[in-house]
Design a binder for this molecule. Sequence first.
Ligand code: NAD
Length: 408
Amino acid sequence: MNNPFDNALNQLARANAVKPFPADLIERLKHPNREIHISIPVTMDDGSLCVFEGYRVEHNNARGPYKGGIRFHLQTDIHEVKALALWMTMKCSVVGIPMGGGKGGVTVDPKMLSKGELERLSRGWMRALADVLGPRKDVPAPDVNTTPEIMAWMADEFGKITGDTSGAVITGKPLGQGGSEGRGTATAQGGFYVFDALREQLGLPISCRVVVQGFGNAGDHAADLWTKAGHRVIAVSDSKGAIVSDTTLDIDAVTAHKKATGSVVGMSGTRTITNDELLALECDILIPAALENQIRADNVGSIRAKSVMELANGPTTPEADDALFARGISVIPDILFNAGGVTVSTFEWEQNLKGEHWTEEQVFGKLKEIMEREALEIFETAQTLKTDLRRAAFVVALGRLQEAMQYS
Ligand code: NAD
């Protein structure tokens, strides 16, 4: 299996090869500033004790406080969290927000926990890390399997420990607890603005056939947004399998089916296929919105999309990147395409610090401006350097990090 941190380091080296940066800068970025391992003891409902492994990696804070989500997943380990933290440093730099990169996680299958156990685990994660987190130091957010409710428990725990009840320590909170308008759909919305800004340059039709892998927070909103904009979502999936339609999926009906049954699989009027078969469907846009390492050397040959747009973090390995580029299949990289989430998270942090509440119109207006501007800048950088969009995005990010780190 590909180690995601090795992939992230590989991407850094490959970008540096097309536009060399000072060796000291690259060397520093290869090492997270701090890796924290924690043990979280949780009293289970039956009275027994379970100790969970948790992590916070603070990769780089040259451009602002560490920023990055918390993942609850059985596959989560320190290598994954380190990779995600490095990507956060690059992502925040790509969109020019005043944040550094960090990431957190717990090795757990949250579906096996009761609500009470999940709350005790979430509060335990925050208790163990409250001394390193803070609005001016390190600001977490949701990621895979973590929700606005979990963010609210964590913000509450931080307030009880430190007395800081501004909520600015964590983003992705529910609206009533200081959350921002638009945060729920921000990741997909940001991706949509990037797609819209680059569609013509990438040679994509006005109405695209879209395939979405993963139907969680990022993926279901993407399916909904592309549908509302007049595109045809033909297949979606989740961890239990994938469904495909001969015409177009009714995304509202898929969402209702998932809510009722726990999965997209079994939706009437669709065929069930595997996630591997979903990746190989012929389409205009393939949107991976699940986990890392989905498009690899061993399956990249089966990809029949015209463009891969990475809503997930790290879904394409470096070897697969090269194979896609050679075949003229564009890849809009995660550090640009899914940066809408952290951008609106940063808006939430700013609103909490200022005691403001912005309208959805204000939030999406600012988001659109940022995503379109950076998409065009990265596209032009790729043209100038005659390289792919991932290397170009890293180059843009590295240029800003170089400026931020020159006196440190
Ligand atoms: P989520 O937990 O809400 O959803 C994940 C989805 O992926 C679920 O539908 C799950 O069933 C599905 N899934 C899991 N394993 C799968 C597999 N092997 N094949 C197909 N589907 C699978 O998580 P999310 O917040 O939507 O995050 C998804 C991806 O997007 C992650 O890579 C995350 O880091 C990235 N991302 C999320 C945000 C955000 O704001 N939520 C922001 C930036 C990036």
